[in-house]
Ligand binder design. Structure first.
Ligand code: ATP
Ligand code: MG
Length: 482
């Protein structure tokens, strides 16, 4: 057998390695979870396992959410069948994962995750790096975790008490190993076990604490709250791909504002974006105002059923580091604005990828949104017309308006209004005063307020002397005069 320990049904005669006492059993007549609220595919998986003689439970977030009367995002199943035994039962099953070996039972786009009960590892196992079982780094981080165990052990390894409730398909009762039902009723988010040890094993649990507290309206209990600021630095050890996933869960699900404020309080937010960490200490900084407004806007969009792309969030969050670096490249390196933004963008994204790895499908549009801040300064009707067809125009324009609100600069506001009017198809004149009046920051509007719409329209017959253009048609000089 590849693994150190075999699957142990809970009736095993082996000595128990869990410190959990018997679970509280909430019988069917004492809880509100009905099979009508459970996905058909999850029920199929549960019944097939059960009929084949295995123990099968819904577990984790879905039980918690059903008890709260919420619609679960997904349904996770826990069983005493091994991954290979699960695979033998379902032709539509694939085994995945290295850290945790899991079975995915696939029904079109719906995937039911089926996990074998996980157990604890023994001293010898954790010291023996040749075994494919569990391994811990010197900070206490769990690196590999493929030991199977009993349902009690499985419950003990879960993060929060409200995430360790099991709904049995055998008798439709809830098996509550850590008093999760009581905590849920009391509105408390409590870690299972010693908080510091649990955060050291997996520092992402600190982020999960914040996320569940804001999502479910729970209070993080004092013991789970206390070590967070002290241990926040452990997030440095989390792979950037995992932080990216956590970032999306925190900021793309309608609770961005609450999560931002809570993460800031705990000193956790800066680990997502080290380049703005210092600036965020000042609530009046552009960085802080931008982040806050971005979160408020994102929540409003999501809760209003509108689409949000992570590219927009990254573009807005990292804009000021890009600007700062572009300014430096312009003043010290003599670069023109457009080129400076391009180089700064590459550098800022490169540094960012050490914390959150941003997939190209999001970093490329983010770069477009940045360079659009320069191109949107071109308000000549012909150029403006052309820019409307840019695939990222809308995002670039939305971002311009957001910047105008954050910075409150009249020129930026005027530029935003110009584009608002221009899209409405109204006649808008070119800004009357093209003098550079902004702060001189890259992407800062250089125009004065545009002509009023009813000003006589002058048709220019003579072509203006063309400004120098870079490859994609953007003017090279920030203060090009028309
Ligand atoms: P949601 O899916 O709504 O975000 P969830 O509780 O289902 O919440 P998942 O990440 O889907 O969260 O994890 C499913 C379950 O697996 C959790 O409820 C918890 O029991 C367990 N779990 C997940 N991540 C961890 C972790 N880092 N440490 C311990 N247990 C975890
Ligand atoms: Mg889940």
């Amino acid at each position: 057998m590849q693994f150190a320990r075999q699957v142990l049904p809970s009736s095993t005669s082996e000595p128990k390695r869990s410190t959990f006492a018997e679970p509280v059993v909430v019988t069917r007549d004492k809880h509100n979870i009905s099979r009508n609220n459970i996905s058909e595919n999850a029920l199929k998986v549960l019944y097939r396992l059960h009929k084949s003689g295995y123990h099968a439970y819904l577990v984790g977030g879905c039980v918690r959410d059903l008890l709260l009367g919420l619609e679960p995002k997904d349904f996770d199943v826990a069983t005493n069948a091994s991954p290979e035994q699960i695979k033998a039962l379902f032709s539509n099953c694939r085994l995945i994962g290295r850290r945790f070996r899991l079975a995915h039972v696939v029904f079109g786009r719906d995937v039911i995750e089926v996990a074998t009960f996980r157990g604890h590892h023994t001293e010898e196992e954790s010291n023996d790096s040749n075994k494919n079982t569990s391994k811990q780094s010197k900070e206490g981080l769990l690196l590999r975790d493929n030991v199977y165990g009993s349902i009690e052990e499985d419950a003990e390894r879960r993060d929060f008490t409200v995430n360790a409730m099991y709904y049995s398909i055998a008798d439709f009762a809830i098996y509550d190993f850590a008093n999760g039902v009581k905590d849920l009723e009391a509105g408390v988010l409590r870690l299972i076990g010693d908080p510091e040890t649990r955060y050291r094993e997996d520092p992402v649990r600190m982020l999960r604490a914040v996320r569940f507290a804001t999502k479910l309206g729970l209070r993080i209990d004092d013991a789970a709250r206390e070590p967070i600021s002290r241990l926040a630095h452990l997030l440095d050890n989390i792979p950037p791909a995992r932080l990216f996933e956590e970032y999306l869960k925190l900021f793309m699900h309608g609770k961005a504002e609450a999560n931002f404020l809570a993460l800031q309080d705990f000193g956790l937010f800066g680990f997502f974006f080290p380049q703005i960490k210092a600036a965020l200490k000042n609530p009046d900084s552009y960085e802080h105002r931008m982040m806050y407004q971005l979160c408020v806007d994102t929540d409003a969009r999501i809760n209003g059923g509108k689409r949000v792309t992570p590219a927009y969030l990254f573009a807005a969050t990292l804009w000021y580091p890009v600007v700062a670096q572009a300014e430096q490249l312009m003043s010290e390196g003599g670069l023109v604005e457009y080129d400076a933004i391009q180089i700064a963008a590459a550098d800022v994204l490169g540094k960012q990828s050490r914390s959150i790895s941003i997939p190209k499908r999001f970093s490329l549009p983010a770069r477009d949104m940045w360079t659009l801040q320069i191109r949107l300064q071109q308000t000549h009707p012909r150029k403006a017309e052309r820019l409307l067809t840019h695939p990222k125009f809308r995002a670039g324009y939305d971002f311009l308006l957001l910047r105008a609100r954050v910075e409150g600069h009249p020129d930026l506001k005027a530029l935003g209004e110009f584009w608002t009017e221009f899209q409405k198809g109204k006649e808008v004149g070119s800004p009357s005063n093209p003098e550079r009046r902004g702060s001189g920051r890259p992407g800062q509007a250089h125009q004065g307020p545009h002509d009023s719409a009813d000003a006589p329209k002058k048709r220019r017959r003579r072509r203006r002397k063309p400004a120098q253009h870079s490859a994609d048609g953007a003017a090279k000089k920030p203060a090009d005069k028309s």
